[in-house]
Design a protein around this ligand. Structure first.
Ligand SMILES: [Zn+2]
Length: 406
């Protein structure tokens, strides 16, 4: 081994040595092309059965990308051996560093997938000088391999939520295990029949073990849950009820108030522009925003009432004893009905039939902000996956983002 090429040891291409290397310019990029040659007389492993043999059937040259070295893109020229296996016949040799028919080495594939966890496909493609579709495919294979099938044993509580794939056009449903912060399933659509495959996957025995399902009170999921899991409690989550209150009550009252103030231009502008201020959590406001809000509420009675009752509505989810929660509800409901504010009275009347689902949360004290967290994370994933329309890959990314606590 006196004349061994130094790259042979650095490269770690098991079963091969470097015959020669050359640097060439292709466009603006510098490429290092490394010609490998198989070590002679070596025992080789059959890719089918794993049997070791020295018999070579034939050799075919393949070009394979490896990790970059300094400023060079690295391309390997690999004479790929097909062994003559006594059991399987001609079969590709099994290599630790190169999958059969792969165009990149295993370590390059792993690096691409690792970078895909924090950067967009486009950025990863530019970084490694790979085609966009190659990067996506490598990430998809990696996610499929590492995530594996979902473990549905012992499942007691699930949460269901919808999200938009393309705003106003296509929707999907995500099903989570709130206690372990784990995404169990993602599927296209948001209708009753769209979530049926999940319950079929769960199977009758595990369906009967389910104790509760948390969801948005407007979703079509309730009937499907009741059909497969009649014993499970339906629980309505805080996030969706408060979001609905924001849209149907606070927004409505604010717009009505702005219309009333037509004569008073400056006051009207303040009310019109206060949407964010009114919907935001009070404790996340900056001191000067808090003062702004106080002034706004002091000058507009209806806004003051609906703002106070929003916080009281949120409080319903903080009770751990159903009796306390029910008393708080009765007090809230009476105030809303007496308020003489039409959108608020309407909201309270519409909410009343859902009371059992609201009080049920007392028995299942779950982190209700999980649904909100998943919602936000999905938006980020959508942005990073900019430019593709591949549901299966998108859903894998969502699962990978919430693998669950062990
Ligand atoms: Zn074999």
């Amino acid at each position: 081994m006196a004349h061994e090429h130094p790259m042979s040891r650095l490269g770690g291409w098991e079963g091969y040595v470097v015959e020669r290397d050359s640097v060439e310019q292709r466009g603006t990029q510098s490429w290092c092309v490394i010609q490998l040659s198989p070590i002679q007389g070596r025992w080789r492993c059959c890719g089918g059965c794993g049997e070791r043999t020295q018999a070579v059937h034939d050799v075919q040259e393949r070009r394979v990308r490896d990790l970059p070295v300094f400023e060079h893109i690295v391309e390997l020229v690999v004479p790929r051996i097909r062994v003559a296996c006594p059991r399987c016949g001609p079969k590709l040799e099994r290599l630790t560093w190169l999958e059969p028919y792969a165009r990149v080495t295993r370590r390059l594939a792993d690096s691409v997938a690792r970078l895909c966890q924090v950067a967009s496909i486009l950025h990863v493609a530019r970084f490694f000088h790979l085609h966009w579709s190659t990067v996506k495919e490598l990430d998809r294979l990696y996610l499929e391999r590492t995530l594996g099938p979902v473990d549905l044993e012992g499942l007691q509580v699930i949460g269901l939520d919808e999200f938009a794939i393309q705003k106003g056009h296509r929707y999907a449903t995500v099903i989570v295990e709130p206690t372990r912060k784990r995404v169990l399933w993602v599927g296209r659509g948001r209708g009753r029949e769209d979530v049926r495959p999940f319950f079929e996957l769960l199977g009758p025995a595990r369906c009967q073990q389910l104790r509760a399902a948390v969801m948005d009170m407007n979703a079509g999921y309730e009937l499907e849950v009741k059909r497969h899991c009649p014993q499970a409690d339906i629980v309505f989550d805080l996030f969706h009820v408060v979001a609905k209150y924001g849209r149907e009550v606070i927004d409505r009252v604010r717009v009505d108030r702005a219309n009333e103030l037509r004569a008073d231009k400056p006051a009207r502008r303040v009310v019109k522009g206060a949407r964010w201020l009114l919907l935001k959590n009070r404790n996340s406001l900056a001191p000067e925003q808090d003062i702004q809000l106080k002034e706004l509420l002091a000058a507009n009675r209806a806004l003051f009432v609906v703002h106070v009752l929003r916080d009281a509505l949120k409080d319903l989810w903080s009770y751990r004893h159903p009796g306390d929660a029910e008393r708080a509800w009765r007090s809230w409901y009476a105030k809303a009905r007496r308020s003489r504010i039409e959108p608020l009275k309407r909201f309270a009347a519409n909410l009343k039939p859902y009371l059992p689902g609201i009080l049920a949360h007392c028995r299942y004290p779950l982190g209700t902000n999980l649904i909100e967290g998943i919602n936000n994370k999905i938006k980020v994933i959508k942005r990073m996956a900019y430019g593709f329309r591949d549901d299966a890959y998108f859903f894998l990314k969502i699962r990978a983002a919430f693998p669950g606590k062990p």
